[in-house]
Design a binder for this molecule. Sequence first.
Ligand code: ADP
Ligand code: MG
Length: 595
Amino acid sequence: MNGLTIALRDIWRLAWPYFTVREAGTVRVGRFSWTGQERVIALGLVAAIFLLNFAQVGISVRISYFNRDWFDAIQAKNAAEFWRLLFTVWVFWVVILIISYVVEYVLTSALKIRWRTWMTRDLTDRWLDRDTHYRLQFVSDGVDNPDQRIQEDVNKFITLTLTLTVGIVNQVSTLVSFTVILWGLSANLTLPGTQTAIPGLLVWAALVYAGAGTIIAHIIGRKLIALNYEQERYEANFRFSLARLREYAESVALLRGEPAEKEHLGRRFREVITNFYAIVNKQKYLTAFQQFYGSSASVVPYVIVAPFYFLDKITLGVMTQTAGAFARVEGAFAFFIFAYTTVAEYKAVVDRLTGFRQAIAETHALEETATKIALDRRGGDGRIALSDLTLGLPQGRAIVTAQDLAFAKGQSALVTGPSGSGKSTLLRAIAGIWPFGQGRIAIPAGAKVMLLPQRPYLPIGTLRQVVTYPALPGAFGDEALAHALQAARLPQLVSRLDEARNWSQTLSMGEQQRVAIARAILAKPDWLFLDEATAALDEPTEEAVYRSLKAELPEATLVSIGHRSTLHKLHERRIDMRADGDVFVPAEMREAAKT
Ligand code: ADP
Ligand code: MG
């Protein structure tokens, strides 16, 4: 029971926020449009969908009485009444029923689209804001596949939430209405062959019949829930392996890794197949039972009520109405079997989304608990100054301590040190994305700081978008882009700005690094940190790129991380990360100061 309460609470927390959104939304129906708060539209749509469902149940009750009268007319061989009922009662209600189904479909789709739009944006914002997407790696062993959660789970959550809630409301009201009808129909019935009157005889018969069917289907099919869930997981693993292979096509080809890949793909696929056979093995029994049950559903009601008909206790019309009501009750039970298997999938979706939201909350909490680094973006003295700074690893061990390290405006600096000595971590701290440590970092007020990481990120799209990034598309004109590419020693790319492709697979690492340099030239930062950002270039090109940077960004202060000795002469100052026990300490290298 406790687990159920938690599950319902999680569902509520995921679903309810949309119904409190106060932003303005617009509904359009043909030429009419109406603007109001989104939550009013959302609640209005839900109310309309529920009302339509109640109406549909009401109409099906009405049609069951039509059925009774119709068959009574047939029994009485009353042709006039037969046709009258068909063309007045039946046609009238069926037309309304069809309209209500179409309207319900449109309203449900509108609600799904609006809800998904809002929820996707909400989740994407939470994921991207405050560097959460980067910091997620630091909490509760990260979150796997945020892409699946945002793209697939949000959609499934909304669809299943609506299917289940609307379905439950519909089926419960169906069950209630037709139980009442069956109860009324049982009024004068006694147990066949006796005088014993049993109130609600047909209701009990229907419940026993449908209940037995549900229980047997559950016993045969319960293993299928887990198997179907596993099937999805195996399919996802297989797909992920294929996608990864595509991403690393070049490395695999160069390493001649194809046999290993085939073996691996084969193994993943065998998991898919093995599980699928297990499903077939269980499903065949369920199919046999469902076929038996489905076929008998059309005769069993008659078997139960025919004795009363033969004894002239009921009319033909009542018999068919009873059979119809039976089918309705049975259908309502069948819905709960369907809902039951869906609930397993629904729970997985709810858990994935809830886990995602919790991890996001944990990364925010990290800021309050782990981070004792005071990042002052309005530092006064024109320098980037680190004081009493200790940077740690996520597990808590300190890796860098800097008592008093400052980068003066206009003085370029080179930071060297062994791999793993925390150079990149130092830059992460200055950028404000590294949460572990303590101390103070002051950045001059209004200073524009840009960091070029070791591996440039090239988004998918046209070269124009790639070079413009992280500015928004259209931020720079073609001339500025061409100039930046030329300055970054990439003149051959100027004519390819409109070409769209996966540029990170096309350009060499050195070319990608020069694209990053072109971005820096466009962005015109006051402080430019280069984290081994030219390490893939040959020395003459590297030197040319630095000369370009100094010419294009005369006001900018360059701070580089690098290993090459040729970098020394390109910087005025050198800082070396020295091991001091377990930690590394930045130390000034006086002898390096040159041009
Ligand atoms: P480098 O001086 O080579 O740039 P880094 O700053 O990248 O070194 O890394 C310093 C240390 O911090 C390394 O031992 C590395 O394994 C560790 N480290 C870096 N990023 C993470 C992370 N996200 N989680 C755990 N440890 C990390
Ligand atoms: Mg590094």
